[in-house]
Design a protein around this ligand. Structure first.
Ligand code: SF4
Ligand code: SF4
Ligand code: FES
Length: 232
């Protein structure tokens, strides 16, 4: 089987492996053909999030993707490439800090089963970075808080124990919820089935309740009222 890998230039490799994952194939190339090939991996079971790359333009986990003849493998986009398929995710991770995506002022409220269910999906994020790579807004606005930081904000805003909801909503108004185009690209590529788009929509509703409105409507002299209903 032949595949192409984007390194300094696109390099083609031929490997005698059938029905292999991309990570198995990369390991085969590295051990038998080219020790200089560089990529990240860890758990080999879709848990650690370190092996995300793009195949034929779509983000995948290398340990979970079955390679096809002629595939083009590239590093994630919208982040700096350190070498070959290894990228620097630090900048995207910093948005968790910027968005205050953690629990503050925890109260003593005991969570019900329903409460726990509400945000258990968001807690499954493995920080693979695929959603940042796929996001067309992050591609043109490096200050956009982006999908996984906003998903983490929703995870805490929707937590019944969180007493700092209002401050969290204040934090995500600039380069945050209103900048997302709701295109779903992040949702489509997430290996954990997290819909950052849906989380951002819920954060918009919370923002409207808190008195914020979509700035693009404000330009036309309208907006959303304090109760979230349209007011033109
Ligand atoms: S839905 Fe929003 S956050 Fe997700 S990829 Fe599209 S613009 Fe980015
Ligand atoms: S939200 Fe999904 S795609 Fe984004 S970093 Fe987390 S696991 Fe990866
Ligand atoms: S090696 Fe951990 S997710 Fe692929």
């Amino acid at each position: 089987m032949k595949i192409k890998i984007q390194r300094e230039e696109v390099t083609e490799y031929e490997v005698a492996l059938e029905n292999a994952t991309l990570l198995e194939l990369l390991n085969e190339i590295k051990t038998k053909q080219d020790a200089t090939l560089t990529y990240s991996s860890g758990c080999r079971s879709s848990v650690c999030g370190s092996c995300s790359v793009r195949v034929n333009g779509k983000e995948v986990l290398a340990c979970g993707y079955k390679v096809q003849e002629g595939d083009l493998v590239e590093p994630l986009q919208n982040v700096s490439v350190l070498r070959d398929l290894v990228v620097d995710m630090e900048r995207a991770y910093e948005f968790n800090q910027k968005a205050k995506a953690w629990q503050t002022n925890e109260s003593n409220i005991a969570l019900t089963q329903e409460d726990e269910k509400r945000n258990e999906v968001q807690s499954d994020c493995i920080l693979c970075g695929s959603c940042y790579s796929a996001c067309p807004v992050y591609a043109v606005n490096e200050e956009f808080l982006g999908p996984f930081a906003l998903t983490r904000v929703w995870r805490y805003v929707s937590d019944a124990r969180e007493a700092g909801v209002s401050a969290k909503i204040d934090t995500i108004q600039t380069n945050g919820v209103w900048d997302c185009t709701l295109c779903s690209a992040c949702t489509v590529v997430c290996p954990q089935g997290i819909s950052s788009k849906a989380d951002i929509e819920k954060l918009r509703s919370k923002s409207a309740i808190q008195g914020y409105s979509d700035p693009s409507f404000a330009n036309f002299g309208g907006g959303f009222g304090f109760d979230g209903s349209p007011s033109f």
